[in-house]
Write a protein that binds this ligand. Sequence first.
Ligand code: ATP
Ligand code: MG
Length: 331
Amino acid sequence: MRRVDSVVKTMIAQEVYRLTATIKKILESLQVTPGKKIDLRRDYDPGYTGNFMSKQDAEETTAAGIRLLAEQQDKLYAQNTYAVLIILQALDAAGKDSTIKHVMSGVNPMGVQVTSFKVPSAEELDHDYLWRSCVALPRRGNIAIFNRSWYEEVLVVRVHEEYLGRQQLPPLLNDRDIWSRRFREINNFERYLTDNGIIILKFFLNVSKEEQKRRFLERVEEPDKNWKFSAADIDERAFWDDYMDAYEEMFNTTSTSYAPWYIIPADHKWFTRLAVVSAIHDTLDRLRLAYPEVTPQQKEGLLAAKAKMEQENGDTDAGKKKDKNKSGKKS
Ligand code: ATP
Ligand code: MG
Protein backbone atom coordinates (compact mmCIF):
# COMPACT_ATOMS: atom_id res chain seq x y z
CA MET A 1 0.00 0.00 0.00
CA ARG A 2 2.81 2.40 0.99
CA ARG A 3 4.61 1.62 -2.28
CA VAL A 4 1.50 2.43 -4.31
CA ASP A 5 1.15 5.72 -2.42
CA SER A 6 4.70 6.73 -3.17
CA VAL A 7 4.36 5.85 -6.88
CA VAL A 8 1.23 7.99 -7.07
CA LYS A 9 3.01 10.84 -5.27
CA THR A 10 5.89 10.67 -7.71
CA MET A 11 3.53 10.76 -10.66
CA ILE A 12 1.80 13.78 -9.21
CA ALA A 13 5.13 15.49 -8.57
CA GLN A 14 6.01 14.99 -12.23
CA GLU A 15 2.73 16.48 -13.25
CA VAL A 16 3.34 19.45 -11.00
CA TYR A 17 6.73 19.90 -12.58
CA ARG A 18 5.31 19.70 -16.10
CA LEU A 19 2.63 22.20 -15.28
CA THR A 20 4.89 24.69 -13.60
CA ALA A 21 7.58 24.44 -16.24
CA THR A 22 5.30 24.86 -19.23
CA ILE A 23 2.55 27.06 -17.91
CA LYS A 24 4.03 29.57 -15.48
CA LYS A 25 5.33 31.86 -18.21
CA ILE A 26 2.05 31.71 -20.11
CA LEU A 27 0.09 32.56 -16.96
CA GLU A 28 2.30 35.54 -16.26
CA SER A 29 1.53 36.97 -19.68
CA LEU A 30 -2.22 36.44 -19.22
CA GLN A 31 -2.46 38.17 -15.85
CA VAL A 32 -3.24 41.87 -15.86
CA THR A 33 -0.45 43.43 -13.83
CA PRO A 34 -2.00 45.61 -11.11
CA GLY A 35 -1.50 49.27 -11.84
CA LYS A 36 -0.50 48.68 -15.45
CA LYS A 37 -2.73 50.13 -18.16
CA ILE A 38 -3.57 47.60 -20.83
CA ASP A 39 -5.03 47.92 -24.30
CA LEU A 40 -7.38 44.94 -24.57
CA ARG A 41 -7.54 44.80 -28.36
CA ARG A 42 -3.84 45.40 -28.95
CA ASP A 43 -2.24 43.40 -26.12
CA TYR A 44 -4.41 40.28 -25.93
CA ASP A 45 -4.87 37.91 -28.86
CA PRO A 46 -7.98 35.69 -28.50
CA GLY A 47 -6.28 33.05 -30.70
CA TYR A 48 -3.09 32.80 -28.59
CA THR A 49 -2.11 29.28 -27.50
CA GLY A 50 1.39 29.78 -26.11
CA ASN A 51 3.71 26.99 -27.16
CA PHE A 52 0.84 24.52 -27.52
CA MET A 53 0.14 23.74 -31.15
CA SER A 54 -3.01 21.64 -31.05
CA LYS A 55 -5.74 20.15 -28.90
CA GLN A 56 -3.80 16.86 -28.70
CA ASP A 57 -0.70 18.76 -27.67
CA ALA A 58 -2.47 20.35 -24.68
CA GLU A 59 -4.62 17.41 -23.66
CA GLU A 60 -2.17 15.62 -21.36
CA THR A 61 -1.23 18.77 -19.49
CA THR A 62 -4.88 19.75 -19.07
CA ALA A 63 -5.74 16.27 -17.77
CA ALA A 64 -2.83 16.46 -15.31
CA GLY A 65 -4.08 19.85 -14.15
CA ILE A 66 -7.59 18.51 -13.60
CA ARG A 67 -6.23 15.60 -11.53
CA LEU A 68 -4.06 17.90 -9.45
CA LEU A 69 -6.97 20.25 -8.88
CA ALA A 70 -9.01 17.36 -7.50
CA GLU A 71 -6.19 16.59 -5.03
CA GLN A 72 -6.00 20.23 -3.99
CA GLN A 73 -9.74 20.49 -3.53
CA ASP A 74 -9.69 17.47 -1.24
CA LYS A 75 -7.16 19.19 1.01
CA LEU A 76 -8.96 22.54 0.79
CA TYR A 77 -12.14 20.82 1.98
CA ALA A 78 -10.41 18.86 4.74
CA GLN A 79 -8.52 21.93 5.99
CA ASN A 80 -11.69 24.03 6.10
CA THR A 81 -9.74 27.27 6.34
CA TYR A 82 -9.62 28.96 2.94
CA ALA A 83 -12.47 29.36 0.49
CA VAL A 84 -12.04 29.96 -3.24
CA LEU A 85 -14.12 32.26 -5.41
CA ILE A 86 -13.75 31.90 -9.17
CA ILE A 87 -15.35 34.63 -11.25
CA LEU A 88 -15.99 34.06 -14.95
CA GLN A 89 -16.87 36.96 -17.22
CA ALA A 90 -17.22 36.93 -20.99
CA LEU A 91 -19.27 37.95 -23.96
CA ASP A 92 -21.77 35.37 -25.22
CA ALA A 93 -20.50 32.08 -26.66
CA ALA A 94 -17.01 32.55 -25.22
CA GLY A 95 -17.30 29.17 -23.49
CA LYS A 96 -18.01 29.92 -19.81
CA ASP A 97 -20.28 26.91 -19.38
CA SER A 98 -18.02 24.41 -21.08
CA THR A 99 -14.98 25.72 -19.19
CA ILE A 100 -16.76 25.12 -15.88
CA LYS A 101 -17.84 21.66 -17.03
CA HIS A 102 -14.36 20.56 -18.06
CA VAL A 103 -12.17 22.26 -15.49
CA MET A 104 -14.32 21.05 -12.60
CA SER A 105 -14.83 17.54 -13.99
CA GLY A 106 -12.51 15.92 -11.44
CA VAL A 107 -13.56 17.69 -8.25
CA ASN A 108 -15.90 16.46 -5.53
CA PRO A 109 -19.28 18.14 -6.24
CA MET A 110 -19.89 18.40 -2.49
CA GLY A 111 -17.32 21.17 -2.24
CA VAL A 112 -18.26 23.22 -5.31
CA GLN A 113 -21.21 25.52 -5.96
CA VAL A 114 -21.88 27.24 -9.27
CA THR A 115 -24.09 30.33 -9.39
CA SER A 116 -25.17 31.94 -12.65
CA PHE A 117 -26.08 35.60 -12.30
CA LYS A 118 -28.82 36.70 -14.65
CA VAL A 119 -30.77 39.93 -15.11
CA PRO A 120 -31.59 40.97 -11.50
CA SER A 121 -35.06 40.12 -10.22
CA ALA A 122 -37.38 42.70 -8.65
CA GLU A 123 -36.31 41.50 -5.21
CA GLU A 124 -32.63 41.78 -6.09
CA LEU A 125 -33.13 45.27 -7.49
CA ASP A 126 -34.67 46.27 -4.18
CA HIS A 127 -31.27 45.74 -2.54
CA ASP A 128 -27.75 47.07 -3.02
CA TYR A 129 -26.02 45.41 -5.98
CA LEU A 130 -23.73 43.15 -3.93
CA TRP A 131 -26.56 41.67 -1.90
CA ARG A 132 -27.40 38.78 -4.21
CA SER A 133 -23.75 37.77 -4.40
CA CYS A 134 -23.20 37.73 -0.64
CA VAL A 135 -25.50 34.79 -0.12
CA ALA A 136 -23.65 32.82 -2.80
CA LEU A 137 -20.15 33.34 -1.37
CA PRO A 138 -18.23 30.13 -0.64
CA ARG A 139 -18.00 28.58 2.81
CA ARG A 140 -14.54 27.74 4.07
CA GLY A 141 -13.22 24.63 2.37
CA ASN A 142 -15.44 25.24 -0.65
CA ILE A 143 -15.05 26.58 -4.17
CA ALA A 144 -17.73 28.90 -5.53
CA ILE A 145 -17.91 29.62 -9.23
CA PHE A 146 -19.67 32.78 -10.29
CA ASN A 147 -20.88 32.54 -13.88
CA ARG A 148 -21.06 36.33 -14.31
CA SER A 149 -20.84 38.43 -11.16
CA TRP A 150 -20.93 41.91 -9.61
CA TYR A 151 -18.79 42.96 -12.59
CA GLU A 152 -21.99 43.04 -14.68
CA GLU A 153 -22.67 46.24 -12.74
CA VAL A 154 -19.81 47.98 -14.55
CA LEU A 155 -20.26 46.12 -17.85
CA VAL A 156 -23.80 45.46 -19.10
CA VAL A 157 -25.16 48.25 -16.90
CA ARG A 158 -22.51 50.62 -18.22
CA VAL A 159 -23.09 49.69 -21.86
CA HIS A 160 -26.87 50.07 -21.30
CA GLU A 161 -26.93 52.98 -18.86
CA GLU A 162 -30.71 52.98 -18.97
CA TYR A 163 -30.58 49.85 -16.74
CA LEU A 164 -29.54 52.13 -13.89
CA GLY A 165 -33.08 53.49 -13.98
CA ARG A 166 -34.39 50.17 -12.67
CA GLN A 167 -32.06 50.24 -9.69
CA GLN A 168 -34.07 52.80 -7.72
CA LEU A 169 -30.98 54.71 -6.72
CA PRO A 170 -31.35 58.05 -4.95
CA PRO A 171 -30.95 60.69 -7.71
CA LEU A 172 -27.87 62.19 -6.07
CA LEU A 173 -26.10 58.82 -6.30
CA ASN A 174 -27.01 58.26 -9.93
CA ASP A 175 -24.42 60.66 -11.27
CA ARG A 176 -21.36 60.62 -13.53
CA ASP A 177 -19.10 59.34 -10.76
CA ILE A 178 -21.09 56.14 -10.32
CA TRP A 179 -18.60 53.99 -12.28
CA SER A 180 -15.51 55.10 -10.41
CA ARG A 181 -17.41 54.62 -7.15
CA ARG A 182 -18.41 51.10 -8.21
CA PHE A 183 -14.82 50.23 -9.09
CA ARG A 184 -13.74 51.43 -5.66
CA GLU A 185 -16.56 49.54 -3.93
CA ILE A 186 -15.72 46.33 -5.75
CA ASN A 187 -12.03 46.63 -4.93
CA ASN A 188 -12.82 47.29 -1.28
CA PHE A 189 -15.25 44.39 -1.14
CA GLU A 190 -12.74 42.01 -2.71
CA ARG A 191 -10.09 43.22 -0.25
CA TYR A 192 -12.51 42.46 2.57
CA LEU A 193 -13.13 38.97 1.20
CA THR A 194 -9.46 38.13 0.76
CA ASP A 195 -8.76 39.49 4.24
CA ASN A 196 -11.22 36.87 5.43
CA GLY A 197 -9.47 33.98 3.71
CA ILE A 198 -11.48 33.92 0.50
CA ILE A 199 -9.10 33.51 -2.42
CA ILE A 200 -10.37 35.28 -5.55
CA LEU A 201 -9.55 34.41 -9.14
CA LYS A 202 -11.08 36.38 -12.00
CA PHE A 203 -11.16 35.13 -15.57
CA PHE A 204 -12.25 36.96 -18.68
CA LEU A 205 -12.72 34.56 -21.59
CA ASN A 206 -11.56 36.64 -24.51
CA VAL A 207 -13.29 35.44 -27.67
CA SER A 208 -12.88 37.26 -30.98
CA LYS A 209 -15.84 38.78 -32.83
CA GLU A 210 -15.27 36.39 -35.77
CA GLU A 211 -15.18 33.31 -33.56
CA GLN A 212 -18.33 34.45 -31.75
CA LYS A 213 -20.08 34.71 -35.11
CA ARG A 214 -18.89 31.21 -36.06
CA ARG A 215 -20.25 29.78 -32.80
CA PHE A 216 -23.58 31.62 -33.17
CA LEU A 217 -23.97 30.20 -36.70
CA GLU A 218 -23.20 26.74 -35.37
CA ARG A 219 -25.95 27.19 -32.79
CA VAL A 220 -28.40 28.10 -35.54
CA GLU A 221 -27.36 25.36 -37.93
CA GLU A 222 -26.84 22.38 -35.64
CA PRO A 223 -30.13 21.08 -34.17
CA ASP A 224 -28.42 19.85 -30.98
CA LYS A 225 -27.12 23.35 -30.36
CA ASN A 226 -30.32 25.26 -31.21
CA TRP A 227 -31.26 25.46 -27.54
CA LYS A 228 -28.17 27.54 -26.86
CA PHE A 229 -29.15 30.20 -29.36
CA SER A 230 -30.77 33.42 -28.24
CA ALA A 231 -31.75 36.20 -30.63
CA ALA A 232 -30.92 38.68 -27.85
CA ASP A 233 -27.27 37.62 -28.12
CA ILE A 234 -27.20 38.96 -31.68
CA ASP A 235 -28.53 42.32 -30.49
CA GLU A 236 -25.83 42.43 -27.80
CA ARG A 237 -23.15 41.70 -30.41
CA ALA A 238 -23.92 45.11 -31.94
CA PHE A 239 -22.45 46.68 -28.78
CA TRP A 240 -19.13 44.83 -29.15
CA ASP A 241 -16.91 47.95 -29.09
CA ASP A 242 -18.72 49.42 -26.10
CA TYR A 243 -18.16 46.15 -24.23
CA MET A 244 -14.47 46.14 -25.15
CA ASP A 245 -14.12 49.67 -23.75
CA ALA A 246 -16.00 48.80 -20.58
CA TYR A 247 -13.94 45.63 -20.06
CA GLU A 248 -10.69 47.48 -20.66
CA GLU A 249 -11.40 50.11 -18.04
CA MET A 250 -12.56 47.43 -15.65
CA PHE A 251 -9.27 45.52 -16.00
CA ASN A 252 -7.28 48.70 -15.57
CA THR A 253 -9.01 49.55 -12.30
CA THR A 254 -9.87 46.20 -10.70
CA SER A 255 -6.90 43.93 -11.33
CA THR A 256 -5.29 44.00 -7.90
CA SER A 257 -2.51 42.11 -6.15
CA TYR A 258 -5.13 40.38 -4.00
CA ALA A 259 -7.66 39.66 -6.77
CA PRO A 260 -6.00 39.69 -10.18
CA TRP A 261 -7.66 39.41 -13.57
CA TYR A 262 -6.59 36.83 -16.13
CA ILE A 263 -7.46 37.53 -19.75
CA ILE A 264 -7.82 34.05 -21.18
CA PRO A 265 -7.64 33.54 -24.95
CA ALA A 266 -10.93 31.87 -25.86
CA ASP A 267 -10.90 31.17 -29.60
CA HIS A 268 -9.56 27.67 -28.92
CA LYS A 269 -11.56 26.02 -26.16
CA TRP A 270 -8.83 23.49 -25.44
CA PHE A 271 -6.43 26.31 -24.62
CA THR A 272 -9.01 28.14 -22.50
CA ARG A 273 -9.39 25.02 -20.33
CA LEU A 274 -5.67 24.51 -20.03
CA ALA A 275 -5.07 28.13 -18.99
CA VAL A 276 -7.95 28.24 -16.48
CA VAL A 277 -7.09 24.95 -14.78
CA SER A 278 -3.43 25.98 -14.60
CA ALA A 279 -4.20 29.36 -13.06
CA ILE A 280 -6.42 27.77 -10.41
CA HIS A 281 -3.83 25.09 -9.71
CA ASP A 282 -1.05 27.66 -9.45
CA THR A 283 -3.03 29.80 -6.99
CA LEU A 284 -3.98 26.84 -4.79
CA ASP A 285 -0.40 25.58 -4.91
CA ARG A 286 0.78 28.79 -3.30
CA LEU A 287 -1.57 28.17 -0.36
CA ARG A 288 0.45 25.09 0.63
CA LEU A 289 -2.73 23.16 1.39
CA ALA A 290 -2.38 20.12 3.62
CA TYR A 291 -4.60 17.67 5.45
CA PRO A 292 -5.10 18.75 9.06
CA GLU A 293 -2.58 17.16 11.42
CA VAL A 294 -4.01 15.26 14.35
CA THR A 295 -2.96 16.23 17.86
CA PRO A 296 -1.49 13.56 20.19
CA GLN A 297 -4.84 13.48 22.03
CA GLN A 298 -6.73 12.94 18.76
CA LYS A 299 -4.24 10.20 17.83
CA GLU A 300 -4.94 8.54 21.17
CA GLY A 301 -8.65 8.78 20.45
CA LEU A 302 -8.15 7.16 17.04
CA LEU A 303 -6.20 4.26 18.56
CA ALA A 304 -8.84 3.80 21.23
CA ALA A 305 -11.56 3.71 18.55
CA LYS A 306 -9.57 1.15 16.59
CA ALA A 307 -9.14 -1.05 19.66
CA LYS A 308 -12.85 -0.80 20.36
CA MET A 309 -13.73 -1.91 16.82
CA GLU A 310 -11.26 -4.79 17.00
CA GLN A 311 -12.83 -5.81 20.27
CA GLU A 312 -16.23 -5.64 18.58
CA ASN A 313 -14.95 -7.93 15.78
CA GLY A 314 -13.63 -10.33 18.39
CA ASP A 315 -17.01 -10.30 20.11
CA THR A 316 -18.83 -10.86 16.83
CA ASP A 317 -16.49 -13.68 15.84
CA ALA A 318 -16.91 -15.28 19.22
CA GLY A 319 -20.67 -14.78 18.92
CA LYS A 320 -20.69 -16.39 15.48
CA LYS A 321 -18.76 -19.38 16.76
CA LYS A 322 -21.22 -19.72 19.61
CA ASP A 323 -24.16 -19.60 17.20
CA LYS A 324 -22.51 -22.18 14.97
CA ASN A 325 -22.07 -24.49 17.93
CA LYS A 326 -25.65 -23.94 18.91
CA SER A 327 -26.95 -24.79 15.44
CA GLY A 328 -24.52 -27.75 15.36
CA LYS A 329 -26.12 -29.07 18.49
CA LYS A 330 -29.56 -28.78 17.01
CA SER A 331 -28.81 -30.71 13.87
P1 ATP B 1 -25.68 31.30 -21.55
O1 ATP B 1 -26.17 32.24 -22.60
O2 ATP B 1 -24.42 30.62 -21.92
O3 ATP B 1 -26.73 30.37 -21.05
P2 ATP B 1 -25.46 33.66 -19.92
O4 ATP B 1 -24.57 33.94 -18.75
O5 ATP B 1 -25.26 34.50 -21.14
O6 ATP B 1 -25.28 32.14 -20.26
P3 ATP B 1 -28.16 34.42 -20.09
O7 ATP B 1 -29.36 34.03 -19.33
O8 ATP B 1 -28.15 34.27 -21.57
O9 ATP B 1 -26.93 33.71 -19.42
O10 ATP B 1 -27.84 35.95 -19.84
C1 ATP B 1 -27.78 36.52 -18.61
C2 ATP B 1 -27.93 37.99 -18.85
O11 ATP B 1 -28.05 38.65 -17.60
C3 ATP B 1 -26.71 38.59 -19.55
O12 ATP B 1 -27.12 39.32 -20.66
C4 ATP B 1 -26.14 39.51 -18.50
O13 ATP B 1 -25.52 40.65 -19.03
C5 ATP B 1 -27.37 39.84 -17.69
N1 ATP B 1 -27.03 40.32 -16.34
C6 ATP B 1 -26.31 39.68 -15.40
N2 ATP B 1 -26.15 40.45 -14.32
C7 ATP B 1 -26.77 41.62 -14.58
C8 ATP B 1 -26.97 42.82 -13.87
N3 ATP B 1 -26.45 42.98 -12.65
N4 ATP B 1 -27.70 43.79 -14.44
C9 ATP B 1 -28.21 43.62 -15.67
N5 ATP B 1 -28.07 42.52 -16.40
C10 ATP B 1 -27.37 41.52 -15.87
MG1 MG C 1 -26.42 34.30 -22.92
